[in-house]
Design a protein around this ligand. Structure first.
Ligand code: TYD
Ligand code: MG
Length: 463
């Protein structure tokens, strides 16, 4: 069989016959990488690994009411913040992908997970494709994670790892990382999209057949040098993203896809010299370095999963020297900023057309819910006019295209969290419920009214 060359998008995995600067499927730039395809006959018959030889069970339709509910129950890992984000723990036979930038702490998190699992009587196996057994042992000693029931397999060969797993019979299998492991039978280089996808598919197959909770580490690189976890998202049951700023101790685990429970629940950790420590009071940590009295800063109670968390939203507005001024966001979707800028221009009379605008959520938290709209609008006006909002204020509400304010879900729980942390004023839509007794309220029907009520009124002169 002849060797072919194709170009594959390292973001979405689509195949293109010609190279191009932009992937026509997912729109990613500079993501196409050349890949040699050497068609090899698939392993079959006696050469197939033992776990692949199991025959498919006969499948018959079952009345929905008769379906057993015994399977699919999560097993607590013992790492509280992980169990919180995974809605209880890891489900036997499920495959979880943990994506994140190199150096963010994925290996540390999973080593702690494996140790906690083993401590609870499980059999955990870490396939270390990037580090030597000695390196892992040293780290485990430091973290107090060198426990009975935790074994390590240093190899970058997938068939070797699966054969060993077949003998060892773990109930938790961790592969660190999916980009560093390869199956020589796949005629593509390690870390390429074909390798990553084929290895993940084999691991999914193994996990399902043997009922082993499996966790795959996937590095995410901004330059697309490695095949991104996005090419695996449809293969696995659960997709987590482990984020944080490298120079900041806070790490956040977000579940973006979960076949066994709700998504959106955050696991919050702090990277310490003794490994990752769960953070029970994230609001306190997130607001810890806040300096009151800075224009453009507004605190907003967001609801990630069931837990309200207070985050600081910061905006910076500066005169631009560019024909198309900069719009930069960190932690919120770019679309929310565009909307806020348009509403400010059309409904509030505050034009940012000639200004560079930077918005960020402090601490590396990502928020996508519309509940930040009001705080975003207020932060932008505050930054534009250079007038700080009171340090005791939180703002929470959705802004419509007409500039009108709408109440958001669970305002009461958000405000209770704000009151707990000592905030005494809330800026809310008219329809929102009353805040706790310790808080006073500024109620307005529109963003324009909120701007006036909070003393940012000179914004009108910015037109
Ligand atoms: P690591 O888990 O190796 O990251 P990843 O697997 O995502 O590439 O973590 C790397 C960083 O974490 C490293 O720069 C040092 C830091 N770290 C600590 O601060 N404390 C610790 O106890 C450990 C184990 C790591
Ligand atoms: Mg690592």
């Amino acid at each position: 069989m002849r060797e072919r060359t194709v170009h594959r998008c390292s973001e979405c995995g689509s195949v293109h016959l010609r190279w191009g600067g932009k992937c026509s499927q997912c729109g990613a730039w500079n993501s196409l990488v050349e890949e040699r395809v050497v068609p090899t006959p698939r392993a079959s018959g006696s050469s197939a690994p033992s776990w692949a030889g199991l025959t498919e069970a006969v499948v018959e339709p079952i009345a929905l009411g008769d379906v057993s509910l015994d399977g699919g129950l999560p097993r607590a890992t013992g790492v509280a913040e992980l169990d919180r984000s995974l809605a209880g723990g890891l489900v036997p036979g499920s495959v979880t992908l943990v994506g994140g930038e190199p150096g963010i702490g994925k290996s540390t998190l999973l080593l702690q997970l494996a140790a906690a699992w083993a401590t609870r009587g499980g059999r955990a196996l870490i396939v270390a494709a990037e580090e030597s057994a000695e390196q892992v042992r040293r780290r485990a000693e430091r973290l107090g994670a060198a426990v009975d029931g935790l074994s390590i397999l240093p190899t970058s060969s997938l068939p070797a790892a699966l054969e060993a797993a077949e003998r060892f019979q773990p109930d938790l299998l961790i592969v660190d990382s999916i980009q560093a492991i390869a199956d020589p039978a796949v005629g593509a280089s390690g870390g390429s999209v074909s390798q990553v996808r084929e290895c993940a598919a084999q691991l999914v197959h193994y996990a399902k057949r043997r009922g082993v909770a499996t966790v795959l580490v996937g590095h995410v690189t901004k330059d697309g040098a490695l095949a991104g976890p996005r090419v695996l998202e449809h293969l696995v049951d659960t997709v987590c993203s482990f984020d944080g700023e490298r120079h900041h101790a806070l790490r956040i685990l977000t579940v973006t896809k979960h076949r066994f429970g709700p998504t959106g629940e955050l696991g919050v950790f702090e990277m310490t010299s003794g490994g990752l420590a769960g953070v029970e009071d994230p609001s306190k940590l997130l607001l810890g370095d806040r300096r009151p009295g800075i224009a453009g800063s507004v605190v907003v109670p967001v609801l990630e999963g069931r837990r309200p968390i207070l985050v600081e939203l910061q905006a910076l507005v500066a005169r631009s020297s560019l024909a198309t001024p900069r719009r930069s966001v960190q932690g919120i979707p770019a679309g929310r900023l565009s909307l806020a800028v348009a509403v400010l221009e059309q409904r509030v009379g505050c034009s940012l057309a000639t200004m560079d605008v930077f918005v960020s959520i402090v601490g590396g938290v990502k928020v996508s819910e519309p509940a930040i709209d009001l705080a975003l609008g207020l932060a932008l006006v505050s930054a534009a006019v250079g007038v700080p909002l009171g340090a005791d204020l939180v703002a929470c509400g959705e802004v419509g295209l007409g500039g009108e304010l709408r109440q958001v879900v669970h305002t009461d729980r958000r405000l209770a969290e704000a009151a707990r942390l000592g905030f005494t004023r809330a800026c809310l839509p008219v329809s929102a419920p009353d805040p706790p007794e310790s808080m006073s309220v500024v109620r307005t029907a529109s963003l324009a009214e909120a701007v006036l009520a909070l003393g940012l009124g000179s914004a009108r002169s910015q037109r």
